[in-house]
Design a protein. Structure first.
Length: 362
């Protein structure tokens, strides 16, 4: 029989459940993800740094964990909340259970939670501070402390690479700025022959241009884009000098560098079925998303940006491009694994942008 564990929210709500993974107690921002598959990619996505993830799909762990689908080597989520844990996964690629995997990374989990009720609370009140604790006698003290707890704001610094490294290719040279990148960004670029140099988020524009890249990618990542001032200044320094493509946090930083503003969403967009409209083609793409901030549409009017994509669920900005320079970005994840793959073509557009820029420079 597994030990009891308690999920405590800052509004005083308490959920009883059963412990799996690590036994440690944690505090973080609680969010929900609506994807029906891909829990391994989700738990290893650096954009969830410092967050407690609630899965709305009721059964998690049924196909286990394999060594190939991790988006980072060291998951940085705070904890996992699920309705039902599968103790005996079945899949030909399975090498470990979810419980074993979380134990190995010292990440706690709780199952037996009414995740439907929990999701409704988050949707009504917005994201909340929450804690996973092992002792019911500490509930009242935990609620009191959560109301004044200040959560860290250095998430990007926690997950960005500390030194540059190369994923070798044979064609175009791309610098990928790591704000908390998913590994599949590198895979998608390598598949297209790109030689990828991954560099820290603190890298300056001068250091990037010294490498003489054909293009620069701005990765996804966690937290509030406004505090990543190094990235904003770097983008200003390379804008117009080299083509670039931003994803998620990279999209927000690009917009900030061009004079737009961002704001925090009530409960964010996290899932694999978000419809987005491409304004140029009129087509609807089903996308994977994971972000708690968005670009303010009204703030774009006084910039050199134009909106290229919008979310059909709430009308928020999902993509922008510069009106005169070779730079564009999207809020969602074209590199999404396990999918959907509707927006994967954006990597090809980036390749074309770099190739054309290179030809014109001759």
């Amino acid at each position: 029989m597994r030990n009891k564990k308690y999920l405590v929210l800052e509004d005083g709500t308490v959920f009883n459940g059963y412990a799996f993974g690590s036994d440690k107690e944690v505090v973080g921002e609680i969010v929900f993800n609506t994807a029906m598959t891909g829990y391994q990619e989700t738990l290893s996505d650096p954009s969830y740094t410092g967050q407690i993830i609630t899965f709305t799909y009721p059964l998690i762990g049924n196909y286990g964990i394999n060594r190939d689908d991790f988006e980072t080597l060291n998951p940085s989520l705070k904890a996992m909340v699920i309705r039902e844990l599968c103790d005996y996964p079945s899949n030909f690629r399975n090498t470990a259970s979810l419980d074993e995997t979380l134990k190995s990374y010292d990440v706690p989990g709780i199952d037996g939670v009414d995740t439907r009720q929990l999701t409704r609370i988050i949707r009504q009140h917005g994201v909340l501070r929450a804690a996973l604790i092992n002792d019911a006698s500490k509930i009242d003290a935990t609620i009191a402390s959560l109301k004044t707890t200040e959560l860290p704001t250095d998430e990007v610094a926690q997950v960005s690479t500390k030194s540059p490294y190369i994923s070798t290719g044979s064609d175009l040279r791309v610098v990928l700025i790591d704000f908390g990148k998913k590994e599949n960004i590198v895979r998608e670029l390598n598949l297209r022959g790109c030689d990828v140099t991954v560099m820290p988020y603190t890298t300056s524009a001068e250091e990037i241009l010294r490498v003489q890249p054909d293009g620069v990618m701005l990765s996804n990542g966690p937290g509030n884009p406004e505090v990543v001032t190094e990235g904003i200044e770097m983008i200003k320094g390379i804008l117009g000098k080299v083509p670039f493509f931003g994803i998620c946090l990279g999209h927000q930083l690009f917009s900030l560098a061009c004079g737009a503003t961002t704001f925090k969403l009530k409960f964010g967009h996290r899932g694999a079925n978000h419809p987005v409209k491409n304004l140029a083609t009129g087509k609807i793409e089903i996308t994977s998303q994971n972000h708690g901030y968005a670009v303010d549409a009204d703030s774009i009017a006084n910039t050199d940006l134009e909106i290229t994509h919008i979310a059909l669920n709430d009308g928020t900005v999902e993509g922008v491009k510069h009106k005169t320079l070779p730079a564009f970005s999207v809020q969602y994840h074209p590199e999404a694994s396990p999918g959907p793959h509707d927006p994967n073509y954006l990597f090809d557009e980036f390749i074309d942008l770099m190739t054309n820029f290179k030809e014109r420079a001759k």
